[in-house]
Design a protein around this ligand. Structure first.
Ligand code: HSE
Length: 328
């Protein structure tokens, strides 16, 4: 299977490293970052591209732009992992549309375009007979969409709730366990590289709300937007609130909830018992899927990280390879 990759940040580099070191049956024929690009229909030397990126900040030739790679490279699947733009979704939306108009599949970890334009993008994919897959947009390595689509096929999905933002979970864990202030814990979370470029997206619950919108639209196709989410962040929580919860053998977690039965869409800090399955520590994410037959299923795992997110992307790529018999 031939793959072109747009974006060479932490996720793009993790993906390239995994394709270079594991025998996945993939050839990378195009790569672009924000300032350069490289096209080679016989397969790019990935280790060289990684070294070049590390040493010069560029993956290829500054004369080759990302759109040129999308338009001219020979590939079966476009992997779109450029930095997210939660306001317009661009330029990623244009890259995805162009690829699908060329009858190429698209796999992405990019939350902005999927939260803003899922309906249009998925109908373009259907019109062109290609796949648009976005497992990596929600909860990093956790295969939530694969689980719902395949493992829980035939179930009615009543509700989905859980911890969808690792940065907030880390801050809340550190405040409760080590008595750190909110500011100290946020600083640590930023240093670990989990937080968004603008961490207000994390602490005000926007990132979790974006993921909730993606979940609801993918699972129920109900066309909800960020404005439909009733949202409260963790930025105003005090150490006292956390201490009081601890005294009752409880803790505070930022919980995202979507319930099809009541049209509930909410992100808010909740007091929950410490032995509740959703009480995970550090940067972990946890998701409970409430169904008619299987009842409740809870998935726990890493919600961010370079190789962890690459795992979700590779799962989508190999799914496409299996369905369309496209292993090289
Ligand atoms: N900032 C996000 C988080 C990264 O902390 O969960 C993964 O989407």
């Amino acid at each position: 299977m031939k793959v072109a990759i747009i974006g060479m940040g932490s996720v793009g580099r993790g993906l390239i490293e995994m394709i270079a070191t594991k025998d996945l049956g993939m050839i990378v024929t195009g790569i672009a970052d924000s300032k350069s690009g490289i096209i080679n229909e016989h397969g790019i030397d990935l280790q060289k591209a990684l070294v070049r990126k590390k040493e010069t900040g560029l993956c290829g030739d500054p004369k080759i732009k990302a759109m040129e790679v999308v338009t001219n490279a020979k590939y079966d699947v476009l992997v779109e992992v450029s930095p997210t733009n939660a306001e317009t979704g661009e330029p990623a939306i244009s890259y995805m549309k162009t690829a699908m108009q060329r009858k190429k599949h698209v796999v992405t970890s990019n939350k902005g375009p999927i939260a803003l334009a899922y309906k249009k993008l998925i109908s373009l994919a259907k019109k062109n007979g290609v796949e648009l897959r976005h497992e990596a947009t929600v909860a990093g390595a956790i295969p939530v969409f694969h689980t719902i689509e395949h493992g829980l096929a035939g179930n009615e999905i009543y509700a989905i709730y859980g911890i969808l933002n690792g940065t907030c979970n880390y801050i809340l864990t550190r405040m409760a366990d080590e008595g750190l202030t909110y500011e100290q814990a946020l600083l640590e979370a930023r240093e670990m590289g989990y937080a968004e470029a603008d961490p207000t997206y994390d602490v005000q619950g926007i990132d979790a709300a974006i993921k909730l919108v993606i979940l609801a639209n993918t699972v129920w196709g109900n066309g909800v937007t960020l404005d439909d989410v009733d949202r409260t962040g963790i930025n105003l929580l005090t150490p006292d609130a956390i201490r009081l919860a601890e005294e009752e053998d409880c803790t505070i977690r930022l919980i995202a909830e979507a319930d099809r039965r009541t049209d509930l869409l909410r992100v808010s800090p909740r007091i929950i018992r410490k032995n509740h399955p959703l009480v995970v520590n550090g940067t972990l994410n946890a998701i409970t899927i409430v169904t008619d037959m299987a009842r409740d299923i809870t998935l726990i795992g890493r919600g961010a990280g370079s190789v962890e997110t690459a795992s979700a992307i590779i799962g989508d790529l190999l799914f496409i390879a299996t369905c369309y018999d496209r292993r090289s």
